[in-house]
Write a protein that binds this ligand. Sequence first.
Ligand code: HEM
Ligand SMILES: [Cu+2]
Length: 632
Amino acid sequence: MTTTAEPQVFRSPGSRGLWAWVTTVDHKRIGLLYAVSAAVFFLIGGIEALLVRTQLFGPNLEVLSAEAYNQLFTMHGLTMVFLVVMPIAAAFTNYFLPIMIGARDVAFPRLNSFSYWLFFFGGLLIYSSFLLGGAPDGAWVGYAPLSTQLTEVVRMDFWTIGLALLGVSSLGASANFIATTFTMRAPGMSMLRMPVFAWMSLVVAFLLIFSLPSVTIGLFQLFLDRNFGALFYASAAGGDPLLWQHLFWIFGHPEVYVLILPAMGIVSEVLPTFARKPLFGYPFVVFSGAAIGFIGFGVWSHHMFTSGMGPIAEAGFGVATMIIAVPTGVKIFNWLGTIWGGKIKYNTPMLFSLAFIAMFVIGGLSGVTHAVVPSDTQQHDSYYVVAHFHYVLFGGAVFGYVSGIYYWFPKWTGRKLNEALGKVHFWLALIGFNLTFGPMHILGLNGMPRRTYRYPEGLGWANWNAVATIGAYVILLAFLVFAWNIVRTHFLAKGERVGNDPWDGRTLEWTTSSPPPVHNFDTIPVVHSLDDFWHQKYTEDDEGRAVRIPAVTEGALTVDEETGGGDESHEPDEDMHMPSPSFYPVVSAFGFAITGAGLIYLPWGFLGVGVGVAIAVWGLFGWSLEPVTKEH
Ligand code: HEM
Ligand SMILES: [Cu+2]
């Protein structure tokens, strides 16, 4: 075994070099691009949050001006939702959905590339606002009439156009994942043999397909109100600012399930592996996820209980919101049923999955208090709400994705993250998280409003705010340890090298090499049951105990000691068609972004619109007319 001296960046089979990454249409590489982008945006969104928290460390502070504060919390929320949690979910789905269902790639590889680059350019466009006069400052929800107010700089046009571009990117990715799931499954991989993560990715794709049109229409009307004097949200002219809230939350509430369901899928993969037991109640976990997605379309106005909808609507949306707690509870009990009586290994991925359950339950319970209209009237727009959604989105979603990173890092890189550093990261993150967001429940119930850049002495908020800010810095420390663990393990190649199946897993990705070859499988696997790989490795003795079947080698492909990756000699045989690299999707995405930039600077921006449309059309034509080649 020889370890290569120089660090190698994201060693994954296939051509190396920047151009290879720009033109890749390999789902695994596109997944890694999403992961790296989300990590960078997490850092930026985290710094924005730290600045916000520093301003709130004590009463009457002047660390930030009101204007800067409004831009930072708006960009923090927008970044964490659209540029961190959504893309990290897309990273996992891109990398693992095809492998988990036994496919060689997604159904539309070039559309996949287009979706990634449109997300990337959309994120850059939104962030360029900081350099062009100021970032969006109307909160991540962009409520009218605040967002339709014309300002000397076009801040909220960056928000409007940026979200519209990100929406197109997500629509493309969702259509791709739906087509992949229904048309690319290996022989025998029936729907109820698919891993839970694959199922949650499918539910999320449908949520996006059905919810994005609502916000896209809303954004279009907002853009017309801001730039062409339309009056959709102008109450004085017969328009209605509440129309925006409805259009936004018809998307916005399903959106929170878009953020959490993939993390729930990951936890459903991690718990059985480290509890050494199959998932308890697989069909219930699957269908409760689908139920959450479905009912999630009927609760949006619980964000508007103080907007004067009237008792009938409030009661209806209140009850619907409480109902959603039922399928969520089903999942929680199935996870507890999975670990109950298991031989639990408290590895870092398992610790983060267990913390996910605990923190999500706390967030879920405060969510139920929001469903009660009279108590929500007290809590609305206070720090109690900020605490609630950070417990479900950070304590829930982010902890779930971090668990997934520790779980699948060996598959991506051929090396395991360091356990000791992992445990330091875990405890610092858990303590820092609860120190930051726990006190916010109290601050909110004591009347502290959100989205307020400064507070005076004498309201009893100073101490808990100081604790919350210290907590935020502990979170920073926790993720610095995490970053060091990743750098040390992979980029400095100091991590323990592992083979195909380091955790003794259940699903198909553990049958491939680490990292998998470009074509994933030499021969498409034939699946005979749920957790097929497990049943290839284990049988049961008379007492029902799992007994290893000695014959099975460590997965279909042997590990190449030299590269740690797929054995290149396992070249795809002649008739195996692999999608070829292409730069046209990148060109099209770039054209869309230039068009968007032009729209922000109308009227002279029409020039940019013209150039952008020309580039996009060139890209789309090139993409649809380019010849199919085999060269990687
Ligand atoms: C890294 C640690 C984090 C800290 C310290 C933090 C802190 C905060 C604070 C203090 C606010 C309230 C600002 C205000 O209302 O004045 C806020 C808002 C928000 N945070 Fe976080 N947050 C963190 C991570 C996250 C994550 C992971 C998400 C996930 C999606 C998130 C999503 C949001 C959203 C959507 C808002 C609302 C922004 C708005 O009102 O427009 N945050 N955060
Ligand atoms: Cu909601």
